[in-house]
Every structure is written in structure tokens, then in C-alpha cells.
Design a protein around this ligand. Structure first.
Ligand SMILES: C[S@@+](CC[C@H](N)C(=O)[O-])C[C@H]1O[C@@H](n2cnc3c(N)ncnc32)[C@H](O)[C@@H]1O
Length: 296
């Protein structure tokens, strides 16, 4: 079956065909999404930078804002544009974790196991919070998106049995993140059957539950958090039909593109950092060499 839209509807810098099911647009998400026509995608699956957690070392990077309200406003702006390029029956699956205040520290060193921990900046403690406070940023973002018009439909807990150990002595170790499911409208495409789980007694299948236990997946080329394919797969299966169109506006190493190919969907990724575009290009080309293109 052919994809539902043809290249003739799209600007010259953006194409998605069954010959080239994965494309990467390199640049700032706020500019690049503007090149895409309204109502293009069935679903968006993405993991934006968390506030103050990583230094992606490029101008315009989201996540490095001085204040929490600026970060939230930037994400709301990005996802408003995502809503425009989603079909009217489209969904957004947003993976985001909570963070703690930095306790007044201005930078963070790399460690040998996790080079991506290095930070040349640390945001100040948000007004109204104290050092050591859990910021609750995941829910702050979810509420802001809801206020901006999204329908917040599910808060899925991604439980990570192999989470990073923490050296803390006065609280429990964080072993979960959130996966929020939003819809553009009240009624939307959701293939419930495609993601049903096996019943405990093994006799048949039941509706998928809201806690997903999934190990993190290491990826040697990227010094930042790559989300596991097994987290992405149910989102794509439930959120789009075979041959449908999937968007990841914070593409990183291209996990959503890999899963799109594995599940027979088309995908567009936006990524600001050319080095990461190269990593994603090689990763995707490695999984399906004849099925890939990228635009500078
Ligand atoms: C958490 S990572 C995404 C990782 C991805 N899910 C994966 O599995 O590889 C967030 C990505 O957003 C990118 N990014 C940050 N600010 C951006 C912006 N303004 N426009 C486009 N991409 C941006 C970063 O460079 C980084 O690659």
C-alpha cells in the first residue's frame, strides 16, 4: 500500500516516499517544522532534552535555558508546531523524566562511564524551590501542553530495572521516567489491538497497562540518552497504521527512524546537531541501507 501523501504536496526540502521512508532535517526544530505542511503525520514519538541535564553544545539547544519557565515555553512552542503538522486524528508520545535542582552547582564533570554527564552550565534553582527539591518538570511540561490545547490521555510509567545507580543516601533511587500520550483532538487513531499484552494466566490478551518495564539500551556512538526501541515500538504501533508517517522532532541518534523501518512506517526526524545527524544516518543505513535519505 502506498503512503497517503505524495511528494508533490511537499516543499523541495522535504520528501517522504516509500522509496525513502526515513528522512532527517538538520536544523533547529522551530525552523524546520515550518517547512512541513499541516496535517502530515499520524503520530509523533519523541524525547526532548530534559531541563539542565545535558549539554548538547549547539546554539539554540533546548534544555539549556536559564529558567524553567523559558524551557517550558520553548517546548510548548515546539509542540504547538508539532500539533499543526499532525493529522486531526494524530497523537503525541512524549518521553520526559523529572529532575532535581542543582543545589547551586554551576557545572558537572564527565565520568568515565558516562561522558554525556559533563555540563558547562547548571541552571539556578527555580524561584520558589529549594536545593534538593524534585522539580516535577515532567508534569509541569505535561500541564503546560494540556493548557495549550493538547488532550492529555495517559501518563505511562517507564520503569527501568537497569536504571543508573545513584550515590544518594537520603532518598530512593530514581528508576522511572514518564511517557505522556497526548492527542490533537478528542477522537484519534489508536490501534489498541496492536499493543495488547498477554494476560497473567496466559489465556489471551488484555488492554495494555500503564507501567512499562523496559531496560535502557546502550548505544556506543552517542554520549547522550538514547531511548530504547522497545519503548518506541508500542507508540508507533498504536499511533500509526502500516505505511503511516511518524515524526521525531528531537531525533538524536535516530531510534524512532530505526523502529519506523522495523515496523513498516515512514519517518521524518529533525536534529540540530550535524554530528548526531551523521550518527543517525549511519545507524539507519546500517539497519536498512537502501531505505534512507538525508537532507542537509
Ligand atoms: C534526548 S536527545 C534525543 C535522543 C533520541 N531519542 C535517541 O534515541 O537518540 C535530544 C536531542 O534534541 C536535540 N536538540 C536540542 N535542541 C534542539 C533544537 N532546538 N532543535 C533540534 N534539535 C534539538 C539534541 O541535539 C539531542 O540530539
Amino acid at each position: 500500500m502506498k503512503p497517503e501523501f505524495s511528494t508533490s504536496r511537499l516543499s523541495s526540502s522535504f520528501r517522504a516516499t516509500d522509496e525513502f521512508p526515513v528522512q532527517i532535517l538538520c536544523g533547529d526544530v522551530r525552523q524546520k517544522l515550518k517547512e512541513i505542511p499541516d496535517s502530515t503525520f499520524h503520530t509523533c514519538v519523541t524525547s526532548p532534552p530534559y531541563w539542565g541535564m545535558r549539554d548538547y553544545d549547539h546554539t539554540g539547544q533546548i534544555g539549556a535555558e536559564d529558567t524553567l519557565p523559558e524551557y517550558v515555553e520553548n517546548l510548548v512552542e515546539c509542540f504547538r508546531e508539532v500539533r499543526r503538522v499532525l493529522r486531526h486524528d494524530g497523537t503525541l508520545w512524549l518521553n520526559i523524566g523529572n529532575t532535581y535542582t542543582s543545589g547551586g552547582r554551576a557545572w558537572r564533570a564527565a565520568d568515565s562511564k558516562n561522558k554525556g554527564r559533563a555540563m558547562s552550565y547548571r541552571p539556578a534553582t527555580p524561584v520558589g524551590l529549594k536545593p534538593k527539591d524534585l522539580i516535577g518538570v515532567a508534569w509541569i511540561v505535561a500541564m503546560a501542553l494540556q493548557s495549550d490545547g493538547w488532550y492529555l490521555r495517559s501518563d505511562i510509567i517507564w520503569h527501568k530495572p537497569n536504571c543508573q545507580p545513584e550515590s544518594v543516601k537520603d532518598r530512593v533511587t530514581v528508576s522511572h521516567e514518564y511517557l505522556f500520550m497526548f492527542s490533537r483532538n478528542e477522537n484519534y487513531f489508536f490501534d489498541q489491538e496492536a499493543i495488547k499484552e498477554t494476560r497473567a494466566d496466559g489465556l489471551g490478551r488484555k488492554n495494555r497497562r500503564s507501567v512499562w518495564t523496559i531496560n535502557t539500551e546502550p548505544f556506543k556512538d552517542a554520549h547522550f540518552a538514547v531511548f530504547p526501541r522497545t519503548l518506541v515500538r508500542p507508540c508507533i504501533l498504536a499511533g500509526s497504521p502500516v505505511n503511516g508517517f511518524v515524526l521525531d522532532p528531537f531525533f538524536g541518534s535516530g531510534t524512532v527512524g530505526v523502529v519506523a523501518i522495523e515496523t513498516g512506517r515512514n519517518c521524518v526526524g529533525v536534529e540540530a546537531k550535524p554530528e548526531y545527524v551523521e550518527i543517525a544516518r549511519n545507524r539507519i543505513a546500517g539497519s536498512a541501507p537502501s531505505l534512507f535519505t538525508a537532507y542537509p
